[in-house]
Design a protein around this ligand. Structure first.
Ligand SMILES: Nc1ncnc2c1ncn2[C@@H]1O[C@H](COP(=O)(O)OP(=O)(O)OP(=O)(O)O)[C@@H](O)[C@H]1O
Ligand SMILES: [Mg+2]
Length: 264
């Protein structure tokens, strides 16, 4: 088994845990493949993804529609399983391959270790803002779930909205609740799939600023899929460009390909 430079010292113990010497690595993705089938027709959504992400990284994932961005987030978040490859996640110093997890382990991983933010917020409509966040906190077994939920919602400027239901909140407010819900469980990874796809420019800026601030304040690793390259350039320095299920290494080349693609 080969790893990139700097993580070669990783060794595999008998229980399938990897002890890493480079404690600042959060994710290693190795040769990940994922296909979907419509009848006999194969769509290769991920076609050999290799990636190393540092702890505390704040990265944008860009690429044309259908290139595999959401599929990549889904396999990272344990919502879907790759056909091949390894996804090593650093859990407090030990790297574990989540593709080897049992169904129950994956459920716990999703519930307790991953914060996911969606374009359409996905709040539970019959629960208030506070209850939405508190439910996630209770599922992940953290201490003082209600207190922590109130603290985060207050920090996100939603003190007056704790008892509001999602349909009584604006899009930007719903997304702030969704971010609080992702963060409250103290996850190892926050994944956001076009979190501002449904918001105007001002609200998009508010959401990106909030994501960036909380990533820094709480030391979280954050991966965000976006179509908005201007916004991506404003909040992150280096991006991950994907095309046809593969990561394009060079930003310059990626820019050209996206440009050409839009003009075909
Ligand atoms: N559940 C599924 N069943 C069949 N095909 C799928 C499924 N999910 C994704 N695909 C296909 O896999 C490819 C990658 O899809 P994915 O959703 O990851 O793209 P994307 O980069 O997120 O696109 P967009 O920017 O439009 O959201 C596409 O060709 C898509 O049609
Ligand atoms: Mg998508």
């Amino acid at each position: 088994m080969k790893y990139e430079k700097g993580v070669k010292k990783m060794s595999k113990s008998k229980v399938g845990k990897y002890v890493i010497n480079e404690s600042d690595v959060q994710i290693i993705i190795k040769d990940v493949m994922k296909s979907y089938y419509t009848g006999d027709i194969e769509v290769r959504a991920l076609n050999g993804i290799n990636l190393k992400i540092k702890k505390g990284a704040f990265k944008m994932i860009l690429g044309p529609s259908g290139c595999g961005k959401s599929t990549l987030l889904n396999v990272l978040g344990g919502l879907d399983s790759p056909d091949k490859g390894e996804i090593l996640i650093n859990f407090d110093g030990s790297m574990r391959d989540i593709t080897k997890f049992s169904k129950d382990q994956l459920t716990l991983y999703r519930r307790q270790k991953i914060g996911i933010i969606f374009q359409f917020y996905n709040l539970i409509p019959i629960l208030t803002a506070l209850e939405n966040v508190e439910l996630a906190a209770r599922f992940s077994n953290i201490e003082n779930p209600k207190k922590k939920s109130i603290e985060l919602l207050t920090e996100f400027g939603l003190t007056e909205k704790l008892d509001h239901y999602p349909n009584q909140l604006s899009g930007g407010e719903q997304q702030r609740v969704a971010i609080a819900r992702a963060l409250v469980k103290d996850p190892v990874l926050i994944l956001a799939d076009e979190p501002t796809g449904n918001l105007d420019t001002k609200k998009s800026n508010d959401i990106y600023r909030l994501l960036k601030n909380m990533a820094v304040k709480y030391g979280k690793t954050v991966l965000i899929v976006t179509h908005d390259e201007d916004m991506a350039n404003k909040y992150a320095e280096k991006h991950i460009f994907i095309r046809d299920g593969k990561i394009i290494k060079s930003e310059e080349v990626a820019h050209k390909i996206i440009y050409n693609n839009n003009n075909n």
